[in-house]
Design a protein around this ligand. Structure first.
Ligand code: MN3
Length: 207
């Protein structure tokens, strides 16, 4: 992926129907091809007339929003955050049938007591985020896992937390199939987690 201006829409690592029946092809297609695409386009539009930022990475832009010109600060924060969060989100889902590996399971059990308890906490967090935002499984520098939420397209980049697993709880992520039943979407999403990716992100904390 092009990690500087002009940012490009990253392709999905699976077919739009690959997450069925938990997440339908139409939801995945519209979410990726329209919503994520708009974030990419709006980010590029915001940066277009500011060549001094054309060599900057997305992470740099998102961790330096305070130093950006006021005219583009919000647009870069919201659309850049949208690009960053969605690239993680789409890459961290996978066709049904994956299970957490041994070391991930151990880390989850150590922090939450059990995998079931982790699912309960994650669901509770996703449901409690009022309006639009994200729930995250994240790692503290100590290796302790925790669940947090962020509003809108805020990222975890300016925190000390390492994101391990993002859950998009914006209505656009589930409304076509689940209408207003966010909890049903979250229950379904547990079946399509890319645990292999969680494990590799968790890797450095397991040493
Ligand atoms: Mn979304």
């Amino acid at each position: 992926m092009n990690d500087h201006y002009p940012f490009v829409l990253t392709g999905l690592p699976y077919g739009t129907g690959a997450l069925e029946p938990y997440l339908d092809a139409e939801t995945v297609r519209i979410h990726h091809d329209r919503h994520l695409k708009s974030y990419v386009e709006n980010l590029n539009r915001a940066l277009k007339d500011y060549p001094q930022y054309h060599c900057k990475s997305l992470e740099w832009l998102l961790t330096h929003t305070g130093s950006l010109p006021p005219a583009i600060r919000e647009a870069v924060k919201n659309n850049g955050g949208g690009v960053y969060n969605h690239n993680l989100y789409f890459s961290m889902m996978a066709p049904p049938g994956q299970e957490p590996g041994e070391s991930t399971l151990r880390a989850v059990e150590k922090s939450f007591g059990s995998a079931e308890r982790f699912r309960q906490e994650m669901k509770k967090a996703g449901l409690s985020r009022f309006g639009s935002g994200w729930a995250w499984l994240a790692a503290c520098p100590s290796g302790q896992l925790k669940i947090v939420t962020t509003a809108n397209q805020d990222t975890l980049l300016c925190t000390c937390l390492t994101p391990l697993l993002p859950l998009d709880v914006w209505e656009h992520a589930y409304y076509l199939k689940y209408l207003n039943q966010r909890g049903d979407y979250i229950d379904a999403w547990f079946h399509i987690i890319n645990w292999k990716d969680v494990e590799s992100r968790l890797g450095r904390f397991l040493l």
